[in-house]
Unconditional design. Sequence first.
Length: 278
Amino acid sequence: MIEIFHTVSHECSRITTQRYSTSFSSAIKLLHRDIQGPIYDIYGFVRFADEIVDTFHDFDKETLLANFKKDAYDAIEQGISLNPILQSFQITVNRYNIDLALVEAFFRSMEFDLNKANYDALGYAEYIYGSAEVVGLMCLYVFCDGNQIEYEKLKPAAQSLGAAFQKVNFLRDVKADYQQLNRVYFPGVDFNSFTHEMKESIVADIENDFHLAYQGILKLPLTARFGVYLAYKYYLSLFKKIKAVKPQRIMEERIRIPNYQKAWVAAKVVIRTQLNML
């Protein structure tokens, strides 16, 4: 009856995704049903690790993360875990032969969040790769389903999409990251005097990531294309809103997309899905 345990584990990852991110949950629903579960599994895993470093302030976060990391590797090696999030993740990692170097890079970035507050250009690039680009690459393993040639072709665009999402998150969360967690991800930026020029430099970098990512989305397998496109459109909408506000407002509040606007974005993508056009 281990199939019941597998089902419960996958359900835990799905519920985790739905509770933490309505946007990603909506996007996943536009993926082909065969690959929705594995993407929930990946999101649930990265979300739990991120929660450790971002919210468990009353606990020993370093020990919690070290234990979670060890348990993750044990689960992947042994093919079993009593932690349902890790159980569903190891199933997906082993099924799609996801490169463990991606998992290691992810944990390295999570470990940075425990100790680092500021980043130079090299550290920033490494953090973006490990915290976001590798998540896109894990998903790409699922989308390509063993087609290594297709994976290598789409790899740069998948990294650009993950980078764009993360950099938008950084801009959106400046108030919390800087004022509450004392983190400054963008190299060379002083948030005590965050200028229009500083913001425009960040914006230009993100615009380039979005452009490169879109070219890759057009080449994704149809089973994945429209779900990824919806996530892209959600983040692009948020980015455009952040781009339009003054630097001081970013320091004062978390910029959001209201639910009605998210629904409008989703409706337009659904129509495009039905017409098979982007």
